[in-house]
Design a protein around this ligand. Sequence first.
Ligand code: FMN
Length: 328
Amino acid sequence: MRIGNATFPLGTALAPMAGFTDASMRLLCRSLGCELTVTEMVSAAALCYRDLKTARLARLPADDFPCAVQLFGHDPEEMRRAAAMIASGEYEGACSACAPAAIDLNMGCPVKKIVSAGDGSALMRTPSLAGEIVRAAVEGAAPYSVPVTVKIRAGWDESSKNAVEIAKIAVEAGASAITVHARTRAQMYAPSADWSVITAVRDALPKEIPVIGNGDVTCADDYFRMKEQCGCDGIAVGRAALGDPWIFAEIRARSKGEPFLPPDEAERRRTAYALAEAIVEAEGEGAAARECRGRIAHFLKGMRGAAEARARLMKVETLAEIKEILGV
Ligand SMILES: Cc1cc2nc3c(=O)[nH]c(=O)nc-3n(C[C@H](O)[C@H](O)[C@H](O)COP(=O)(O)O)c2cc1C
């Protein structure tokens, strides 16, 4: 798969997840073979108002390449300005060690607060505005040669599955790749993503526009199954990677015909602690240690004593407590 100047031999991506896919998590997944990372969603409006706290979400560390910065918004002018700020790499609040590989536009977020403002998956219901948003971002990023990609859902609800229409509009407006989360907004994150929507989008777009499939890829087998079934160029893994970033290592090993040795419990605990350390280093103790509560708990899934450890994790205030619970 190719987006702009970046190539992705296996097309593996970490799906953007607000509150989870910060730089620490992105670097961890990258170290295990993930080829494309995406930041958490960043408000185009907040960037235009120079909200420095928001802008920090768009900061890319030196080793996080290729990484796309994801923007959300519904105002084309704000989107144009925000895309230019991020693509230039010079915006004070988000000054990055490396340039973004792409600006990714969020047309999938189902959260009520976002949707009621006309952002995220609400754009699936306003196709012409969706097209204007893409065109504006493309114009904003073009002087810096940064491509624009778009992440969509299957549609708003079962009676309005219009992923193919929106994908075509986005490409017409200059999008360089489309990620399809194969659920409707009404489905939120419930099981049973409809992968046939990914196939339909792949079939409808020109071959040179990569399509990244997403939804219910829970193990390496699912990666191979989705690629085969949908013919898509890339695959974005969401929740499965939260406690099992080794999914990328397994995909890489099996693609090369090499054996994959799953991490033992000690390695999973060590990795979870290293992630907690990185989060705390980036954000400072206190709030960051509390932020680790839900995040580190994902790594304990399936371990003996996980329920008790998870309950203790939910109360931690310091990195030292996390260390003690993980036993590392
Ligand atoms: C906690 C959480 C936060 C998310 N945040 C974002 C986001 O900021 N931007 C986005 O495009 N999608 C977001 N998503 C959706 C994921 O990128 C992905 O499309 C979804 O989880 C389906 O993939 P999965 O079945 O592999 O988890 C989020 C999902 C979760 C669970």
